[in-house]
Every structure is written in structure tokens, then in C-alpha cells.
Design a protein around this ligand. Structure first.
Ligand code: SF4
Ligand code: SF4
Length: 296
């Protein structure tokens, strides 16, 4: 089984539209939405959820009001100012201390120092992950809770579950819509993948982002291809990107012209290849054949 991950230097490059079009061209793939901070693939693929599980990226502290003596030791020790005298009354005190779950970093210091054993430390539920059916095959995806930050761990979990599913169902490909940028979630999206496709745009910032993300894939020794989306909006920069890629041993497998079909297909909840059979769809199919060839 081979794993292809589609990523970009930043959001909004058309990465997810391209990944969705690939899903329609990969009959024996498990699809994984690893862009958990901006999970959009489900909008196009319309997954029917078959299984749903909680995701816990760590533990968080919570004061047990009945036991708290309001001594204030925990608030004094918490380096993240996550504990305040804001909890309900109990039989002994008019107010107890309480933990703000958004500010709690899960360091456990308060638990250690509480003289009344009044702080619990349970797994925090940071989101949910799903196994679903789509019209193109099985899909693993997730929803992260508001203001949650454990997306790297969630990406790792999604890839692991998608791989297990691909093996169980004898699929020959894992197709991931990866996270954008160069942070922890994108690293979690690409480590150990067979091939990465970076989707970029011909702007100066796009070129700069591409440089950074290509350095990242090189550091992990992952074979990398490039797709320039909206290539015709700035042909000079597209040429520049292509020649720099060549110098760095990276192949540009697609130069996709600007096309309103990207937005229109999204509105129709369709992939590009479902929305149109025109030049843009042909362009994507040609790029897909090249990717399959490179994937070996
Ligand atoms: S250290 Fe324990 S008993 Fe003291 S205020 Fe905090 S939770 Fe309450
Ligand atoms: S676990 Fe750490 S961060 Fe969270 S409330 Fe306790 S001391 Fe503060």
C-alpha cells in the first residue's frame, strides 16, 4: 500500500479541491482528511458516518468542589494562571477554586501540590474522529473542539486508523489531504509517507512558502512533487518556481490554470472531475497519471 499526502505552504491554495479530485480518480484508496484545523474535505465528499470516537490529546485538571478547602495553593503553583477562586461553595467555604480548561496546559503541578487531594486529572476530550463511507470509498476524518491545539496528535491518529482500514480492506492506496504550513500538524501528516504533492500558487509569498515546506519534506527524505495552481495568473513566477524546483531535483507535475470551476464545484459539493469534463478536469487527470507513475 502506498501513501500520497497533498500539502501546501499555506491554506487557500486549492489543495483540498485537488485532493478531492484525486479521491474520485483513486478507486482503491482510503481517504484521510489530515487537515484537522480546517477540515473541508467532508464538504465535498459528504461522508456517511459509520463509527465515531472521542479524541483525547492529553489530560486536564479539574477541582472537585466538595473537597476543596480554598487554601489557594494550586493557584499559587500554576504557572499558566489557569486556576482562580471561581468555583461553587461547599460546606466549609463560600467559594472554591476552579480550573479554566482553555488555559490549563495539563502539567499536573496542581494535582501534586493540592493538600486535600481535590484535583482530578482525567483525559480531556479534544475532539472526535470518524470512519465514514463516501461515494469514492472509505474515509477517516475528524473534528477538533473549539480552541483545541492537539492537532498533531490527532493527525497521527487519523493516519494510523486510515492505514489500518486500508490494510483491513485490502486497499492499495492511502490518500491524505494534509495540513498546510510547516508546523507540527504538517509534520504529523507527512512522516513516513511515500510521496508528497505540494500545491502552491505563483505569488512571491507562495514561492517562499513552497521553499520552506519543500525543505521540510527534504529533511524527512520524502519524495516530493509540485503542482502550481493558478499558474497563468503570474507565468513569470510560475517559470521561476519550476526552474528552482528543477535545480532542487523536484518535479513540477502540474500547472493548473486559474479556473472558476474550483469555487463552483465546491458550491455544488462536487469534485472538479465530477463538476466538469473540460480542460481543468483533463489537466488534473494528466497530473494524477504522473503521480501514479512517480508513486511506483
Ligand atoms: S490546592 Fe486543593 S484544596 Fe487548595 S485551593 Fe487548590 S484545589 Fe482547593
Ligand atoms: S495542570 Fe498545570 S496548567 Fe493545569 S491547572 Fe494544574 S498547574 Fe495549572
Amino acid at each position: 500500500m502506498k501513501e500520497l499526502v497533498v500539502i501546501s505552504g499555506k491554506g487557500g491554495t486549492g489543495k483540498t479541491s485537488i485532493a478531492a479530485a484525486f479521491a474520485s480518480l483513486a478507486p482503491k484508496a482510503v481517504i484521510a482528511d489530515c487537515d484537522v484545523d480546517a477540515a473541508d474535505l467532508h464538504l465535498v465528499l459528504g461522508p456517511a458516518i459509520k463509527e465515531e470516537s472521542d479524541f483525547s490529546g492529553g489530560r486536564e485538571a479539574a477541582v472537585i468542589p466538595d473537597r476543596c478547602t480554598a487554601c489557594g495553593k494550586c493557584a499559587e503553583m500554576c504557572r499558566f494562571d489557569a486556576i482562580t477562586l471561581d468555583g461553587p461553595a461547599n460546606e466549609g467555604v463560600g467559594k472554591t477554586y476552579a480550573v479554566d480548561p482553555i488555559s490549563c496546559e495539563g502539567c499536573r503541578v496542581c494535582v501534586e501540590f493540592c493538600p486535600a487531594d481535590a484535583i482530578s486529572f482525567e483525559p480531556a476530550i479534544n475532539g472526535k474522529w470518524f470512519v465514514s463511507d463516501t461515494r469514492f470509498g472509505p474515509m477517516v476524518h475528524a473534528r477538533l473542539g473549539i480552541a483545541e491545539e492537539n492537532s498533531g496528535k490527532l493527525v497521527t491518529l487519523i493516519r494510523k486508523k486510515a492505514k489500518e482500514l486500508a490494510e483491513k480492506e485490502s486497499k492499495d492506496m492511502l490518500l491524505c489531504d494534509g495540513s498546510p504550513g510547516t508546523g507540527c500538524p504538517v509534520i504529523a501528516s507527512i512522516v513516513g509517507a511515500d510521496l508528497v504533492l505540494i500545491v502552491t500558487e505563483p505569488t512571491l509569498s507562495g514561492r517562499h512558502d513552497l521553499e520552506r515546506v519543500a525543505r521540510l519534506t527534504a529533511n524527512f527524505g520524502i519524495k516530493t512533487l509540485i503542482c502550481i495552481n493558478k499558474a497563468d495568473i503570474n507565468p513569470e513566477v510560475s517559470d521561476m518556481i519550476e526552474s528552482e524546483a528543477r535545480e532542487n531535483g523536484l518535479k513540477v507535475v502540474g500547472r493548473i490554470p486559474y479556473d472558476e470551476a474550483f469555487t463552483k464545484a465546491q458550491i455544488m459539493k462536487a469534485t472538479l472531475t465530477e463538476y466538469t469534463s473540460g480542460a481543468i478536469a483533463e489537466n488534473i487527470k494528466t497530473m494524477w497519471r504522473e503521480i501514479i507513475y512517480e508513486l511506483g
